[in-house]
Design a protein around this ligand. Structure first.
Ligand code: PMP
Length: 295
């Protein structure tokens, strides 16, 4: 359950009981998937509850709205402050925050007249679990950037993610890996992809993927850990020659991949660059001391 009778959410300037809030069934977001959202994590740290990269997430929310012409009037600072209040009112510290910008009743395909913002939070464990993942290459491609603004975290785009996830699970895999329209590796339904060869990491460049905030953090950590990391297109045929791979995302954090299409990676996860990044990421978000290599 995401909320109980005591859960408080923020909705359009007010803090309300989640169980008592209502939404209009004629909303443009509900019918057409025309809305934008974020997924943010807060962690319990020695310095109190800290929202990880709140500024980056709210800047992306603003950019997502702008990219698809949804008016967005909030300041990043204001949203950060509201988010801390939502956590406090619900007594949450290790939590997942979900801001959603949704549109008013409007059955036309025009620009919205009025938009709404809600922010809720709940306790959420690691989204993809903590076991190594068995992936399959999805038959679904990520949306073509000439059809949609792929860089926007827009509600409707997630039909593609849901289709890919259902397909992977029906085939007995944990998760899918989607290609882009040129058949290069793109990303997971809700996470970005990295793979390792000879101690170097590779990740698809921006353009046909969601610009992940965890992805950017991994690239920063690589620089600190002196792990070479290159953004470049990766062909699906290259995967079988890779040593290891992982997914990263706010909800999934850093999670190792055991195999793709039943072809296992030869390197042990514990020996991989991904495992070092996983540890460094966990320390970073919890504001723990840096690992010796980072000191
Ligand atoms: N790709 C997709 C399609 C996603 O939904 C997510 C989750 N937001 C990511 C990548 C990872 O992005 P982030 O690290 O900002 O959570």
């Amino acid at each position: 359950m995401y909320y109980s009778e005591n859960t408080v959410i923020y909705n359009n300037g007010k803090f309300l009981k989640a169980a008592e809030t209502k939404t209009d069934l004629y909303g443009q977001t509900l019918h057409y998937g025309y809305g934008v959202f974020e997924g943010i994590r807060a962690y319990k740290t020695a310095n109190g509850t800290k929202i990880f990269k709140a500024k980056e997430h709210y800047e992306r929310l603003k950019r997502s709205a702008e990219l698809i012409h949804i008016p967005f009037e909030y300041s990043v600072k204001e949203l950060e402050s509201i988010s801390y209040q939502v956590l406090e009112k619900n007594n949450l510290s290790d939590a997942y925050l979900r801001p959603l910008v949704y549109c008013d009743p409007n059955m036309s395909l025009n620009k919205p007249t009025k938009v709404n913002l809600m922010i809720c939070a709940w306790h959420w464990g690691s989204y993809l679990g903590d076991k190594l993942l068995r992936l399959c290459i999805s038959s679904y491609q990520r949306p073509n950037p000439k059809s949609l603004k792929v860089e926007a975290k827009a509600c409707g785009h997630y039909v593609n993610s849901i289709l890919a996830t259902i397909e992977a699970k029906e085939k007995g895999f944990d998760e899918g890996l989607l290609l882009d329209m040129h058949e290069n590796i793109a990303e997971g339904p809700g996470a970005n992809f990295f793979c390792e060869k000879n101690g170097q990491l590779f990740t698809p460049p921006l353009g046909n993927i969601l610009p992940g905030i965890t992805r950017a953090t991994v690239i920063e950590l690589c620089a600190k850990l002196r792990i070479p990391c290159t953004e470049r297109h990766i062909r699906r045929e290259e995967l079988k020659n890779m040593d290891n791979a992982f997914y990263c995302g706010t909800a999934a954090e850093i999670i190792g991949i055991e195999s793709i299409d039943n072809i296992p990676f030869p390197k042990q996860w514990s020996e991989s660059a991904g495992a070092k990044i996983q540890e460094a990421y966990s320390n970073l978000v919890r504001e723990k001391k840096l690992t010796p290599q980072l000191a």
